[in-house]
Design a protein around this ligand. Structure first.
Ligand SMILES: Nc1nc2c(c(=O)[nH]1)N[C@H]1C(S)=C(S)[C@@H](COP(=O)(O)OP(=O)(O)OC[C@H]3O[C@@H](n4cnc5c(N)ncnc54)[C@H](O)[C@@H]3O)O[C@H]1N2
Ligand code: MOO
Length: 396
């Protein structure tokens, strides 16, 4: 058994960042932009009004001043010239402030009389004027690599970038293994269960920008595993579920070995998730996850997510951990790093409070769904009393 951190480092070393492809902005959300984006223009591209009112010279727009309205500036239809002396220009939000004006008299602070406007409450100099480039100047950089959130895409559009170069999505073949498995919706035999891990992992993968490839269930025979591998070939990652342990029907390492798997490691000091393996087969990274549903989902969190991030060109790092306090005592831990399902709530003073769920067996998907956090306990940690600090990973 190797430590979790070593296993992750070794897995990440097997992964190569994928090349980029150019996509239209409307399809860029959630994708990883590889390089810095550079603004081609100032935003706003001119001094703009932040309010509806009158563009004026602050020095002239004193209380009671009576200004001649020389014209109007609307968004998309600027006033043609400069602001005349003693004048005002009717202006609307987002419109260019005419040359010579340095403040906006909002209409609530003015009285309009025909072609003239009286100042009731004078504006300060610069008031309600958004200077050119206030949001960002030409040459401004949005740094890559980054996974593009909706707000990033809005910014790229404002930067006048119609396309963006993003990492190709990694294709991840998911191979469930086991004679006992049927697809959801089928009628299981008396000794059968429904395959769940592949659906959970596919959902996790799609959410982080990978493309899951659902392979048919491989039975516990050489021929069936080889057939599933053929469906998986060519994917960036080939992930098997189950068949990883030491039982007579756990054939993955042996069959894949004969098919060219260069195994890098097998067995990790973690709980759940011990019989994890990784290597390379053909051009693909192979990750063998344990069959127990919670084990494979937690291994997905701890290993597959950082590996996908690396393929996407993002910094490769372990899932971020936070610190919180436990609401009830926890027993001493054994030799494996323990990922305990827990419910986290934010305490009144901003401290996260964690309650471990009472049942932690690695077949219990219902407790995983109930959990919103994984408390991480280092190997051999002593018993922890109520209120003690622990590290945890927030589940999303
Ligand atoms: N003698 C030993 N037995 C076991 C050991 C060990 O060290 N010595 N390790 C245990 C641990 S820890 C785990 S984890 C499991 C992992 O075994 P496998 O990866 O070989 O998984 P399977 O035996 O194929 O299945 C385990 C369990 O999970 C169910 N399963 C499998 N695939 C799916 C799926 N797609 N959806 C839902 N459930 C699935 C399967 O029916 C079994 O119940 O080995 C322990 N044994
Ligand atoms: O490591 Mo197994 O994944 O404990 O159940």
């Amino acid at each position: 058994m190797i430590p979790v951190a070593d296993a992750l480092a070794r897995l990440l070393a097997l992964v190569e960042p994928l090349p980029g492809e150019t996509v239209p902005l409307a399809e860029a959300g959630g994708r990883v932009m590889l390089d810095d984006a550079v603004a081609t223009r100032d935003q706003p591209p001119f001094d703009a009004s932040a309010m509806d009112g009158y563009a004026v010279r602050a020095a002239e727009a004193v209380t009671g001043a009576d200004l001649e309205v020389a014209g109007q500036s609307a968004a998309g239809r600027a006033f043609g010239g400069a602001l005349p002396r003693g004048g005002a220009v009717r202006i609307f939000t987002g419109a260019p402030v005419p040359e010579g004006a340095d403040a906006i008299l909002i209409q609530e602070d003015a009285e309009r009389q025909g072609s003239r406007v009286r100042v009731v409450t004078p504006p300060g100099r610069g008031e309600y004027v958004r200077p050119r480039g206030m949001d960002f100047p030409a040459g401004f950089r949005l740094p890559g690599p980054r996974r593009l959130a909706a707000r990033d895409v809005a910014l790229l559009a404002a930067m006048n970038l119609p396309t963006v170069t993003v990492a190709r999505r990694p294709v991840v073949a998911l191979i469930p293994t086991g004679d006992e498995l049927v697809e959801p919706g089928e009628t299981p035999g008396a000794d059968q269960i429904v395959s769940s891990n592949n659906y959970g992992l596919a959902t996790m993968l799609a959410a982080i920008g990978a493309v899951p490839r659902m392979c048919p269930i491989a039975r516990d025979t050489r021929a069936s595993l080889v057939a599933a591998l053929e469906v998986a070939r060519g994917a960036d990652f080939i992930v098997t579920l189950g068949g990883a342990s030491v039982g007579d029907h756990d054939l993955v390492a042996e069959v894949f070995g004969a098919e060219g798997l260069a195994l890098d490691f097998f067995k990790v000091a973690m709980r759940p998730g011990k019989p994890l393996m990784a290597g390379r087969i053909g051009g693909s990274v192979m990750l063998g996850l344990p069959g127990n549903p919670v084990s494979s989902m937690i291994c997905g969190e701890i290993f597959l997510r950082p590996a996908i991030d690396r393929a996407l060109g993002l910094p490769a790092r372990a899932r971020p951990r936070r610190r919180g306090r436990i609401e009830a005592a926890i027993e001493a831990n054994g030799p494996r790093e323990h990922y305990m399902r827990a419910v986290m709530r934010e305490g009144a003073d901003g401290v996260a409070l964690l309650s471990t769920l009472s049942r932690q067996d690695s077949n219990l998907l219902a407790t995983l769904a109930e959990a919103n956090a994984l408390i991480v306990r280092a190997p051999h940690s002593p018993a922890a009393a109520q209120g003690e600090a622990v590290e945890f990973i927030a589940l999303d």
